[in-house]
Design a protein around this ligand. Structure first.
Ligand code: NG6
Ligand code: CA
Length: 500
């Protein structure tokens, strides 16, 4: 009897301890950060010491991919474990899009909630909000993050260049004065706010003609879409990084005692780039470089907060990006002129929007001092779509039948304990590509070869393309004609995944 009681005493606290020992998880998701845009991935012009420190203490992946070459689909893939191209309406979401995440199935944060986590999204959302009937920004906004697995949300609804330029905390626009209601339209001008097209003299940064971005002016920058009202709620672009970083740090403080998951979706380095004065002019590369410094600062603040709370050891920090780089994405901010010899995609071809490697291959670093050996580099093929199943494994969750259908459990690779490849991996630019066994096949596609506005090669070709990634990472030599069998095998594999 005594022994049993003794055992119980020992076991109960152990059980509680095991619960406590689940690591906190923070995904830091940069926006439009290229494979070569941070110093630990080859950036030479500026230093990103905080991101580099993560790489030194963790595992730096060289072949990790977002599911897609733009924002909305990549975020969808990350949070659902499902390839976005399997669902309608997962392209770049307009600022008034309805919610595209499922509310009847667990998402990645929902799965972590079941594992006992407090979950938060802080930063850029861009996955739609509300129902198809449209959103009234002056009332409770739902469904949104709180209906899709997050306990707490502090978000920018779409992108920094799209209205409404306000934060939404949980289901409410922050600081909204009911006497000054918000109206938003993506069809026609609403209200009397000046637009960039009418009043370029009011702008601190000009939109690049041809791209658009010349509608309602907010904080002296014209945006995509029209809005009126909500003056007390409008964000200041220079304060966004500080605002969201503070929210993340405060969430960590509030939940230091329980495992937490934070999806920290930075607005950097998407356009319009207008970082805080602390960073402006500091990179010597213009606002794009300054925004990279600001992103690194946010990472540093988060790491510092973990240190102060004594949480660094048992927190898994994953740093990555939603898609590859673009220099001129709509504003005259001298990103092109001041890039000099900097190659934002490193050795890779293409960029944001592209089926070539630079579209979806991104920096990807994992640090978790208590659970993995730091100072490693991994060439294992990894997709962000795999985070769902891998983190389910890590936290002891079993996936249900309809959950995360495209997510593979790659926990050993995530932790740097195995370097074996995924059998295949699919990325989405305009065209779909399959990467398998050192080869990359880009499916034939009729789209434009070059996106003229942004000056990026899109990887579209009406003929199949086959690249030998091992040795030709830069996709210079199309070997499709020499290896027809390889082409048909990969085309068949793509077909199989498409119909699965
Ligand atoms: C494009 C915008 C671009 C950017 C992008 C979304 C034009 C001409 N270009 O349509 O500026 O907003 O959408 O970027 O409108 S993403 O990283 O959120 O996918
Ligand atoms: Ca993006």
């Amino acid at each position: 009897m005594k022994i049993i009681r003794l055992l119980c005493c020992c076991l109960l606290p152990l059980g509680a301890l095991a619960q406590q020992q689940k690591p906190n998880i923070i995904v830091i998701y940069a926006d439009d950060l290229g494979y070569g845009d941070v110093s630990c991935y080859g950036m030479q012009r500026i230093q990103t010491p905080n991101i580099d420190r993560l790489a030194r203490n963790g595992v730096k992946f060289t072949r990790a991919y977002a599911t897609s070459a733009t924002c909305t689909p990549s975020r969808f893939g990350l949070l659902t474990g499902k390839y976005p191209w399997k669902q309608q309406n997962t392209g770049i979401a307009p600022g008034d899009a309805s919610l595209i995440l499922p509310t009847d199935r667990r998402t990645l944060p929902g799965m972590l909630q079941s594992a006992g986590y407090q979950t938060a999204v802080i930063g850029k959302w861009h996955l739609g909000l509300g129902t198809r009937e449209g959103i009234d920004w002056n009332r409770e906004i739902r469904p949104g993050p709180l209906e899709t697995g997050f306990n707490y949300a502090f978000i920018m609804p779409a992108t920094l260049d799209r209205v409404p330029c306000v934060y939404v905390e949980n289901r409410q626009v922050v600081n909204l004065d009911p006497a000054d209601p918000i109206q938003v339209s993506y069809k026609q001008k609403v209200g009397n706010e000046p637009t960039g097209a009418e009043h370029p003299e009011k702008l601190r940064m000009l939109p690049d003609p041809g791209h658009g971005h010349n509608q309602t002016i907010v904080d002296s920058i014209s945006r995509i879409g029209w809005m009126s009202g909500g003056h007390s709620a409008l964000w200041k672009d220079a304060d966004i990084a500080g605002d969201i970083t503070r929210k993340a740090v405060s969430f960590m403080g509030r939940h230091a005692g329980s495992p937490f998951f934070i999806y920290f979706a930075s607005g950097d380095i998407h356009v319009p780039r207008y970082p805080h004065s602390q960073f402006r002019g500091k990179s010597g590369m213009g606002l794009r470089g300054d925004a990279i410094l600001q992103l690194d600062w946010s990472v540093g603040q988060i790491m510092h907060a973990l240190d102060s709370l004594g949480l660094t050891r048992n927190t898994m920090v994953i740093f990555t990006s939603d898609n590859g780089p673009v220099l001129n994405d709509g504003y005259v901010d001298q990103a092109v002129e001041l890039a000099g010899n900097h190659r934002p995609a490193g050795p890779l071809r293409g960029g944001k929007y592209s089926a070539f490697e630079a579209g979806a291959r991104v920096p990807f670093i994992v640090q978790w001092p208590a659970g993995m050996k730091g100072g490693q580099r991994s060439d294992a093929l990894f997709s962000q779509v795999d985070l769902f199943a891998s983190l389910a494994k890590l936290t002891g969750q079993t996936l249900q039948d309809n959950e995360a259908p495209d997510s593979f459990d790659r926990l050993p690779q995530l932790l740097g304990k195995s370097k074996t490849d995924r059998r295949y991996l699919i990325t989405q630019g305009g065209a779909l590509s399959v990467i398998s066994n050192g080869w990359k096949y880009i499916a034939p596609s009729k789209g434009a070869k070059v996106a003229r506005l942004v000056n990026i090669e899109l990887g579209n070709d009406e003929a199949p393309q086959l690249y030998r990634l091992k040795g030709d990472d830069g996709e210079r030599k199309n070997e499709a004609a020499q290896h027809p069998q390889q082409v048909s095998a990969l085309a068949a594999l793509l077909q199989e995944v498409k119909t699965s």
